[in-house]
Design a protein around this ligand. Structure first.
Ligand code: G3I
Length: 403
């Protein structure tokens, strides 16, 4: 017969309420009243079993965004020939996992096929092309998207309109026309304007608010503004600056969402940079938490292994909350704590009749790996045991995971 000491029983009693709290990013976000915490993903990554396992972990991710496969070059490579195969793969994964889908995007200056950028258009013919694209995509994904990024990155840094084929041919009216076409195709999906460097006050944020007012002045529905939030470690705007800026948007009767959060650094990463990165992630997440109309947060992929950053900014990277080996970085704890789940962010505690062991669940340098954590594989030097209730499961020679 096992005898529990008084001290152990007191500890069990104090730990149980914590263990019953949220155990992941989405769980914590929803518990705090948000609609989701999510991540971008992309089709090439879906051949990676370990990657898909964590992508499908709905404790952390209640929402996913296709990083590329709903863009114009992927969906209408030739005029009026629509290909949804790749986008459907991600939509189907979200559906199978019970995750919300943020759909991205309908009208952008980038990743356009040459038939669009090199075409000879009039105001009338380009409006028809744009409306046809929007109507087809929104209709195809009707009922599957929580939100669409209808217009993406329509502004320059100084707040003037970007010189895209859309603006040059149609003028600013392309924006309300695009929103109207999307609303006509699916009256229930949330319609967003999405951009970067609008996360703090300045000309560009002011111009983004003017876009909201422009669409509203046409009597057309706009539900939200997406703040991409591609930041740099140590240069991320403060929580109060971001919260004040979010409030300026929600004052216009629209929702806001953090849509593409990542925080890059100059490599190699150091403990100090990773600590600052955690603080910076918490600033953005905390600003959303302080804002009633901020519906959710999406990171622009969850692991450094698949981040867009090193391809675009040589010498920079390590921008995501999980590292190249799919191990949680300090940023994970920073986010979870900012979401309000302090207890499970800081420790996983297991209690036995005679011993108590406490180990961090957010670091790869501990003796026990948390649920979904790596617990083995060639060259793996981290924990080989799993937290109570999980089994170290062989995936491939390079990776075993606590499932
Ligand atoms: O599909 C081709 C492939 O056929 C070719 O072999 C390969 C060679 O480089 O390129 C592939 O295309 C790449 C594409 O991603 C799909 O993987 C492009 O080169 C690459 O430039 C493109 O990058 C994407 C980028 O948008 C394009 O602007 C990133 O993956 C994607 O994460 C990024 O996402 C954007 C958001 O949509 C809007 N906000 C900024 C954000 C980051 O740039």
């Amino acid at each position: 017969m096992v005898h529990f000491s008084t001290a152990a029983l007191v500890l069990v009693a104090s730990v149980l309420p914590q263990l019953s709290q949220a155990s992941g990013l989405d769980t914590a976000a929803v518990a705090a009243g948000k609609v989701y915490f999510g991540t971008a993903t992309d089709n090439p990554e879906l051949t990676d079993t370990a990657y898909v396992a964590q992508l499908s972990n709905t404790n952390d991710f209640g929402q996913i965004t296709p990083g590329n496969s709903q863009k114009w070059d992927a969906t209408e490579p030739q005029q009026n020939t629509f290909t949804y195969t790749q986008g459907d793969v991600i939509a189907d994964l979200a559906k199978a996992n019970g995750q919300k889908l943020r759909c991205h995007n309908l009208v952008w200056h980038s990743q356009l096929p040459s038939w669009v950028t090199s075409g000879t258009w009039t105001n009338t013919t380009l409006i028809a092309v744009m409306k046809n694209h929007i109507t087809n995509l929104v209709t195809h994904y009707k009922g599957q998207c929580y939100a669409w990024d209808v217009v993406n990155e329509g502004l320059n840094e100084d707040g003037t309109y970007r010189e895209s084929v859309w603006y040059e041919t149609i003028g600013e009216a392309y924006i309300p026309i695009a929103f109207a076409a999307a609303a006509a195709a699916d009256p229930n999906v949330k319609l967003y304007y999405n951009d970067y460097n609008i996360e703090y006050s300045g000309s560009k944020a002011t111009a983004a608010r003017n876009i909201v007012k422009l669409v509203q002045s046409y009597g057309v529905k706009i539900d939200g503004v997406g703040l991409q939030s591609h930041f740099i470690v140590g240069s991320t705007p403060s929580k109060s600056a971001q919260a004040a800026n979010l409030a300026a948007f929600t004052a216009l009767a629209v929702d806001v969402a953090i849509t593409e959060l990542d925080i890059r650094m100059t490599l190699p990463s150091t403990a100090a940079l990773l600590s600052q990165q955690s603080t910076d992630y918490a600033s953005t997440v905390g600003a959303c938490m302080e804002t009633d109309g901020c519906v959710g947060i999406t990171i622009w992929d969850w692991t450094d292994k698949n981040s867009w950053v090193p391809n675009t900014f040589p010498g920079q990277g390590a921008a995501c909350p999980w590292d190249d080996n799919l191990v949680k970085k300090p940023a994970y704890t920073g986010i979870l704590t900012a979401l309000g789940d302090t207890a499970s962010a800081t420790s996983t505690t297991t209690t036995t009749s005679s011993t108590t062991t406490t180990s961090s669940s957010s670091s790869g340098s501990t003796s026990v790996a948390a649920h979904w954590g790596q617990c083995g594989g060639l060259s793996w030097t981290g924990p080989t045991a799993c937290a109570s209730g999980y089994t170290c499961t062989y995936t491939n020679p390079y990776y075993s995971q606590c499932l």
